[in-house]
Design a protein around this ligand. Structure first.
Ligand SMILES: O=c1[nH]c(=O)c2nc[nH]c2[nH]1
Length: 463
């Protein structure tokens, strides 16, 4: 039995075991590098043991202590330049924009929605197209090591159900939401009424509960696109659904662009700011994921902190539309607000969380310059935390994922930073490089070619 490979071992429902380097975050600036680490994942995909400084000769006795007969399943020994780290959590993106990434750079948000985006999303009325494109999208995200994604769907209920089905089938952990929008969008791409929008939202919630009744992988998320695209009655109705389902996350775009703020003020003159607006409709809580958060007033920052909302920081799209916009991430972190990273596919042109981290570093330096050092730039450890454990907190999943604490699900990437058979883009690793240097080289220069394996709940999911 011992010469089974990992794949066959998994098929037989046996545990997974690794020995080698493990890298994860314990906190914002607490990167932990465990060498000679033994990690055992039980057959339900949960981490049963994590122990560093283990000599390979001790492994069999460890395995016996954990209640398994030694030699029944294989142990994968990671070589120098190979390590395990937690899978990435993408806290904000749009699945129906997967095929439009890169198009429409340098224009305002509202122009981009009207000239590029709505036409792409409208195609998802066709369920065959939705099957085809969502299948490519979910595989593409998994290939990039995104083990959890918080997806906005299109406004179509059926296509959104298909997206949830595909996530489950391909084994991606996901929040999936039908996008609510019934005004300020073209008549060929709009919810036909408040009632229809709410009914379809309820159907999507029911469907996802039917296909994954224990929310092991896929959860519904209430998804008003933003206040501009929702009439007050629709926001009110979504607030009612949020109240009826206190377990459900909520996501929306928030304080994203100057034009968007002005338009929102014109539509809702009765509210001082967006925080007051969404609070009034019962949409802000510790389950809410707020994408962007660029221009919050002091009182809003204090309010979202008190409410426990999470911020999805999307530095790629924020700096490639018509202006260079920088969210005050250091301030949010200093105040104890949850922050994760979002690729914001397709406003963001890249679905690589490595790229997203790198852009987060760049914009944090811009912020440091602008605030004359008060808001110090992000460290490598902090960027990695935002991409993993921080994102898990924002999605309300940190009890389950985000690092390798015993009892959590094994959502992991196996990184091969020294390519033997292919020449990748990553900085070459040299004899004298420590594991910290190899890790930094991967974060700053690696890509998906270095992501050899992707696991979600212990299942190998990268094609
Ligand atoms: O980046 C963004 N992408 C979108 O699709 C969108 N809709 C409203 N606001 C938005 N921002």
């Amino acid at each position: 039995m011992a010469n089974l490979d990992l794949q066959s071992s998994q098929t037989l429902g046996l545990p997974l075991a690794f020995h080698g380097t493990v890298i994860h975050s314990q906190g914002l600036d607490e990167l932990e590098i465990l060498e000679n680490c033994f990690i055992l994942v039980d057959n339900t995909g949960k981490i049963q043991a994590l122990q560093s400084n283990v000599n390979p000769s001790q492994i069999n006795s460890f395995i016996s202590e954990l209640g398994y007969a030694p030699d029944v399943f294989p142990v994968k020994y990671l070589q120098r330049g190979q390590f395990l780290c937690p899978g990435f959590v993408d806290t904000h993106n749009h699945a129906p924009q997967y095929a439009q990434r890169g198009v429409g750079r340098g224009i305002t948000l509202m122009d981009w929605l009207n000239t590029v985006t709505f036409a792409h999303e409208a195609k998802f009325k066709d369920t065959e197209y939705a099957k085809h494109m969502y299948s490519r999208c979910v595989s593409g995200f998994l290939q990039q090591g995104i083990t959890t994604a918080s997806y906005y769907g299109s406004l179509h209920g059926k296509a959104t159900q298909i997206l949830a089905d595909i996530c489950l089938e391909k084994g991606q952990r996901a929040l999936v939401g039908k996008c609510n929008m019934n005004r300020n969008c073209p008549d060929w791409y709009t919810d036909s009424s408040v009632q229809e929008s709410l009914d379809q939202t309820r159907e999507v919630i029911q469907h996802i509960h039917n296909i994954d009744s224990e929310s092991k992988l896929v959860r519904p998320v209430i998804t008003p696109r933003f206040a501009i695209s929702c009439e007050p009655d629709l926001l009110h109705g979504l607030g009612v659904i949020a109240k009826e389902h206190p377990e459900l996350p909520i996501q929306t775009h928030f304080n994203e662009a100057r034009g968007e703020l002005e338009f929102t003020r014109r539509l809702f003159p009765e509210f001082r700011n967006e925080t007051e607006l969404y609070t009034k409709f019962g949409l802000l809580s510790d389950r809410t994921i707020l994408a962007h958060c660029i221009f919050l007033e002091e009182e809003e920052i204090e309010e979202i902190r008190k409410l426990g909302c999470g911020v999805a920081h999307c530095p790629v799209s924020n700096t490639t539309m018509d202006s260079f916009m920088v969210a005050p991430i250091r301030e949010y972190l200093r105040k104890g607000i949850k922050v994760g990273l979002g690729t914001d596919c397709g406003g963001g042109h890249s679905i690589s969380m490595l790229e997203t981290m790198r852009q987060a570093f760049v914009v944090s330096i811009a912020r440091q310059e602008a605030t004359r050092v008060e808001d110090t730039s992000l460290s490598l450890a902090e960027g990695f935390y935002l991409a993993t454990l921080g994102g898990a907190q924002v999605c309300g999943l940190d009890e389950r994922i985000g690092n390798f604490a015993v009892g959590k699900d094994f959502d992991a990437l196996e990184i091969h930073a020294i390519e033997l058979d292919t020449v990748g883009i990553m900085t070459p690793v040299e004899e004298e490089d420590t594991i910290s240097v190899i890790f930094e080289k991967w974060i700053m220069t690696g890509d998906d070619r270095n992501i050899a394996k992707v696991y979600v709940q212990g299942r190998s999911v990268k094609a």
